[in-house]
Design a protein around this ligand. Structure first.
Ligand code: 4AZ
Length: 272
């Protein structure tokens, strides 16, 4: 399948740090590195971004994720909507949809909702990855129970050491094994210095604490990966991050970098 994501990853080191006891079944059911399956009803704010035209129908066209922050408003990563990720300019994608209420992409639960409007953060910088956020407006509202609160700047949930959970349908091994059922992984908010040291100005990007958030495990093993981009990082019941970038997946030397939601909301004027 087309590689839907921006980053060219160094993927080989991942298997060594996978904390799985048994060998992986061929592909499928194990999403997010080091994660576990979750029911969509447990995280109804997690949605899939999909285009069957671009990515084929096997997994309902899923290529990124997003978080429901208003009944008709989804926050996702700007890089998900770039030509590099889509393989074509956004304006040419006629069937961009948000899939809500569907954990298993092979099923038909929930709803596929066309996107009415897209606003990509004008401050997004594809070199550093700063400001990696975009807002999608849906053609029809979701239930209020699907909306997650966003963390404002200064929220205690951003403190290093805070337990957080990342959700997605992305690669579960770093070798292109995309999940079809939603998964989650427990990670920790890491201090800005961890990511600043890992990414001074690397090929992957430059860590900028103003607009980014560092999370993962110091020893690696649990992380987001390709296909999880744009998806929610949640702590203390609030949305704190969106999956953005990193060096590989689950590697101790490559912590996960997330879009800092408080800054994105300000830049996009998406606060409520
Ligand atoms: C990606 O390419 C990607 N390990 C997402 C998350 C991470 C790395 C790459 C973080 O979409």
């Amino acid at each position: 399948m087309r590689r839907p994501h921006v980053r060219a990853l160094a993927l080989t080191a991942v298997a060594a740090v996978m904390p799985l006891a048994s060998p992986a079944p061929a592909a499928a059911d194990r999403v997010v590195i080091g994660g576990y399956p979750v029911e969509i009803s447990q995280s109804p704010w997690t949605v899939a971004l999909a285009s069957r035209d671009r990515f084929g129908g096997t997994r309902a066209g899923q290529f990124c994720a997003g978080a429901v922050i208003g009944r008709s408003t989804v926050l996702t990563a700007a890089h998900c909507l770039g030509e590099e990720a889509l393989g074509a300019p956004l304006g040419q994608i006629r069937d961009l949809k948000v899939i809500a209420g569907r954990g298993d992409l092979l099923g038909d639960e929930g709803k596929e909702i066309p996107v009415r409007a897209v606003r990509v953060n004008p401050a997004y910088d594809s070199h550093t990855n700063a400001g990696d956020a975009a807002v999608l407006t849906l053609t029809e509202p979701l239930p209020a129970s699907s909306v997650i609160r966003t963390a404002g700047s200064g929220d205690a949930a951003y403190r290093p050491g805070t337990d957080a959970v990342v959700y997605g349908w992305g690669d579960t091994t770093g070798r292109g094994d995309f999940a079809h059922a939603l998964r989650a992984a427990r990670v920790r908010v890491l201090s800005d210095s961890v990511c600043a040291e890992a990414y001074p100005d690397s090929a992957e990007g430059k860590y900028l604490a103003d607009s980014m958030l560092c999370a993962g495990e110091l020893d690696g093993g649990r992380d987001a990966c390709q296909g999880d981009s744009g998806g929610p990082l949640v702590a203390q019941g609030r949305l704190i991050g969106l999956v953005s970038w990193g060096n590989g997946c689950g590697r101790a030397e490559g912590p996960g970098v997330y879009t800092r939601v408080s800054g994105a909301i300000t830049e996009l004027g998406a606060g409520r």
